[in-house]
Design a protein around this ligand. Structure first.
Ligand code: PLP
Length: 263
């Protein structure tokens, strides 16, 4: 199979600039600097935080350039987009994580290529994933998504539902629960964002007492990852700070987030 570097389209050049490799390198260096400072403030080691680049809406030819800039792992919100790009980029050996809500008819697709899933929020999904993984003879790292903002979102467990969920997950041997994931309140007011991270950390401590494998905290995005690191994040999911602004509004990915500011 031929995987050619096609030239960028005019629209891609408009969005990513004339030299995306240099731009991504510079952005990654700036993100690294912010991570290092947040770790220092929190008295943490840099190695305790994993940067998961979020590549949704970044087209495959641009991801080839991101690979040249050092990106080896792609976090995607939607299965179809992830699968298509993975096929285009098969020669690069990128790793793929799914971080967004999963519909049950996409379980088979996810199990075909994803290394980890950050948005597990129902037993029905756990059951379907486990059955599919069983057939494929593999297992999957999963993060349990918790709704820490109290927003009327249909994604993520309510905090009170977490412990029974953790206990029931023990029935699904193909799932390897690694930790918790959350989307904090969408607000530029960090005094309202930070409590979401602190809550996830407390929930993780409680959950880890039951299942010591639950150590990870997947929290923090471009606008708030420093606060997340200060509150204990071990995985930060960063898109726009690396790849530039997305043309699609966030409401496209989180329909329920509209109106969050009015809470
Ligand atoms: C898009 C997305 C992110 C990254 O958001 P940025 O603002 O681009 O950093 C993080 N987590 C999830 C679940 C996402 O869908």
């Amino acid at each position: 199979m031929h995987h050619q570097n096609r030239p960028l389209s005019a629209a891609e050049e408009e969005r990513f600039g004339p030299d995306p490799v240099s731009a991504f390198r510079a952005n990654l260096a700036a993100v690294e600097e912010r991570i290092a400072r947040a770790c220092e403030r929190a008295g943490r080691k840099r190695a305790s935080v994993r940067l998961l680049p979020i590549t949704k809406t970044v087209p495959a030819p641009v991801l080839r350039l991101a690979h040249q800039a050092g990106i080896r792992h792609c976090g995607e919100n939607r299965i179809q987009e992830a699968e298509a790009k993975r096929a285009d980029l098969a020669d690069l050996g990128m790793e793929w994580s799914i971080v967004g809500h999963l519909q049950s008819n996409k379980v088979r697709h996810l199990c075909g290529f994803a290394r980890e899933f950050h948005a597990l929020d129902s037993l029905r999904l756990a059951d379907l994933l486990n059955a599919r993984l069983e057939r494929e003879g593999r297992s999957l790292d999963v993060y349990i998504q918790v709704n820490t903002s109290g927003e009327d979102s249909k994604f993520g467990l309510r905090p009170e539902a977490l412990m029974p969920f953790v206990e029931t997950l023990e029935r699904f041997p193909r799932l390897r629960p690694r930790g918790l994931m959350t989307l904090a309140l969408f607000s530029s007011d960090m005094e309202r964002v930070r409590p979401c991270f602190a809550l996830l950390r407390r929930l993780r401590d409680t959950a880890a007492a039951r299942n010591p494998a639950l150590q990870e905290l997947s929290m923090g995005m471009s606008g708030d990852f420093e606060q997340a690191i200060e509150e204990g994040a071990t995985v930060i999911r960063v898109g726009q700070a690396i790849f530039g602004r997305r043309p699609t509004p966030d409401a496209f990915y989180w329909p329920a987030s509209a109106g969050a500011e009015t809470l």
